[in-house]
Design a protein around this ligand. Structure first.
Ligand code: PSU
Ligand code: MN
Length: 299
């Protein structure tokens, strides 16, 4: 049994040096409620294809790494409650135990790089959490050692945005605002923090990707921050944030459970409003990622 398996369309795209976009699966298993999660996963793959690229949703099934999922495998990740959330450190354990897992940004980027897939679309990056308990997502360390363009809508407002931006700077991970100098706040178009670098086209991003080689900074990721067009109502957002953080605290939610808990809290308490914004974010990011993948493949 091979430890890595490719979907038919990803295999064909790799052979043809075609444009490929990696997609994470934690968003499907732990970020969106059923049955909407499967619908969105399918729609997002279709958006990537319409953009001229091949989708490669990444996950582990019964101990095998999958780069690109066939429909029944996508259904398994979306519906099987035994699917766990895997970060990079969990991969070998999951493989050894023949478990099934959805991959976080960190683990997805790591696996995409195995197949030399240079572009990745997600919703929001993990980062530094608020409060005095030390919680920093492995997404940041993974991106500092993984060459990939990651398209996201910034980091979720449940995080300490200022601290996350500082860590990205320390780790020498460039952050490019797409059509903006304002760092997006996931559900909000503007987190209140300013970015130094703005880009306005996929071609420009591909050119920056190319220039990492003569600059010898080709070992790390590039973060493209793409603000959502229609943000969540600001006062609703503020209210959910405060009550959600308090609920996480009183329920003693820690470790990898924090992000899924907060997302679920937002979706439930906003009666689906935050979910709609979340879905829009993933769709828009996948579209932009496809355009970037096409430009990079043409280089
Ligand atoms: N952003 C979303 N939905 C998600 C996540 C991010 O809109 O489900 C997931 C990603 O997989 C990300 C992970 O890598 O949350 C971060 O988890 P943690 O904070 O435990 O590192
Ligand atoms: Mn964490």
């Amino acid at each position: 049994m091979n430890s890595i398996s490719y979907s038919q369309e990803v295999q064909a795209a790799l052979a043809a040096n075609g444009a490929i976009v990696a997609l994470e699966s934690t968003i499907i298993s732990h970020g969106l409620p059923r049955p909407r999660n499967l619908e969105v996963a399918i729609e997002v793959e279709e958006i990537v294809r319409e953009g001229g690229a091949t989708p490669a949703t990444i996950a582990l099934i019964d101990g095998t790494i999958h780069i690109g999922l066939e429909r029944d495998q996508l259904e398994r990740i979306a519906h099987d409650p035994s699917v766990v959330k895997a970060s990079t450190r969990d991969l070998a354990v999951i493989m050894s135990k023949k478990m099934s897992a959805a991959t976080t940004v960190a683990a997805t980027a790591h696996i995409a790089h195995i197949a030399n897939i240079p572009v990745f679309a997600t919703g929001g990056l993990g980062g530094v959490h608020r409060g005095d308990g030390f919680d920093e997502s492995a997404d940041l360390t993974a991106l500092s050692v993984t060459p990939i363009v990651i398209v996201c809508a910034g980091v979720k407002s449940i995080l300490d945005v200022a601290a996350t931006l500082e860590r990205l700077e320390t780790m020498a991970i460039p952050v490019l605002g797409y059509g903006t100098h304002k760092f997006p706040g996931f559900y909000l178009t503007d987190s209140g923090y300013t970015l130094e670098h703005r880009v306005d086209s996929a071609a420009e991003i591909a050119d920056i990707w190319r220039n990492r080689f003569p600059a010898h900074t080709e070992h790390s990721a590039i973060v493209v921050a793409n603000p959502v067009k229609e943000e969540l109502d600001k006062s609703l957002h503020e209210q959910l944030l405060n009550s959600g953080l308090a609920a996480a605290d009183s329920n003693q939610i820690i470790g990898k459970a924090v992000t899924p808990f907060m997302l679920e809290f937002f979706h439930r308490e906003s009666k689906g409003k935050s979910l709609d914004v979340n879905v829009e974010i993933i769709k828009a990011n996948s579209k932009l990622a496809a355009a970037i993948a096409v430009q990079i493949a043409a280089q």
